[in-house]
Ligand binder design. Sequence first.
Ligand SMILES: [Zn+2]
Length: 501
Amino acid sequence: MHEKLAELRARLMEIDDLSSAGALLNWDQSTYMPPGGAAARGRQMATLGKLGHEKATDPAIGQLLDELGPYEASLPPDHDDAALVRVARRGYERLTKVPAELIAELYAHGAASYHAWTQARPANDVATMLPYLEKTLELSRRIADCFPGYTHIADPLIDFADYGMRAETVRVLFAELRAELAPLAQTITAQPPADDACLHQYYPEAAQLAFGEQIIRRFGYDFTRGRQDKTHHPFATKFSVGDVRITTRVKEHDLSEALFSTLHESGHAMYEQGVSAAYEGTPLAGGTSAGVHESQSRLWENLVGRSRPFWQHYYPQLQAAFPDQLGAVPLDTFYRAINKVQHSLIRTDADEVTYNLHVMLRFDLELAMLEGSLAVKDLAEAWNVRYSEDLGISAPTYSDGVLQDVHWFGGLIGGSFQGYTLGNILSAQLFETARKAEPAIDSELAQGEFGALHGWLREQIYSPGSKYTASELVERVTGGPLTIVPYLAYLRGKYGELYAL
Ligand SMILES: [Zn+2]
């Protein structure tokens, strides 16, 4: 059995090496590659992807997994070997159930659709994208149908990102949240908006980057096993447990852009840096779901990085770094500016109170399209209706409306949005649990120290990697299922104080 397990590990390591090499090529493409490299780079990444897919669907892996079945069954489920076989089997079955021709068709269509979208969005041209969306919807349904036995057609697609989650569970959770958030957002935005002019002065790039990096070093992001570079759309990426990188984007007239993207991506990266080194090269070595990953980025970005105690400590340092810009700006003005709530059109720019309204309406529209109750030709209109209902605004252009996010135009319809809001909900639930377990977290935070919080997260969330599913992890760590209660309490507490509700 140990020989078979060693062979499985060796095969999984090769697959991981190919995917890490692809990730490195992608990182380079998004940071330093000269424009002339684009055509060859696309081909190189496709070649690596194809080799990886061939290795990952090799029937020899299926045979090893079958042979290891009795060994797995003889172990307790949370034994590392049992988890390895279980999670490897889940990945193998997922990949082998979708025919290679369908995957090739999806990639080819995704590339063509993405290319068309890069031109259609600036041109405000929704008509060009409708036939692409029709095809994407058809492909998404065919992919879902490779996994018969689902309750809702979106279930298999949701499963890819948030394993174990079901459309119905998410829909119920989101409906509850929407019923609370929409009126809260309305009440707040009826008040005069916060003045955020202090954030829109001139802030030199180098000083911005230095300040953000100083903070994430204190958080516990390990620069000996990572680095930060500039890009167009910030992301975190991992090549091994010893090399987890982040990227950011600087605007010299918007202090919040680089700062909060750095804090956000450091949360994703610390999760990956904290996975047990024993899992290196296996499917256990990574965050367990999109929602749990996003909970880690949002926890550091928002619950820590936009909190009053955090800035009571760090604001004098920020003022010292930018004396001309912030020397005369009181802490309270700055704190209100970084937590400004407004009805905005763009999801990625939205504040904590309105952000989930953007996500939840996309999720509902996806389900409606997959169910067939919403036709693609009616999507733009349905989009505007929901924005009016939930956010009280409607986009003057398709570019800032239905064409704004890449997800539907480069991938699948279904499964790619729910993780953002699941992450926000979970960030508050986990933070609440951490503060109860480790009372030092609050006192440290007010002094710019994060050892107790990082230590708790590393032990409870980071180190198990993908050993537990998201719902198993939440149950183990918090003693109950995912709930919106702590998240609503957090928003009501914070914004109730800010807006005297
Ligand atoms: Zn994120």
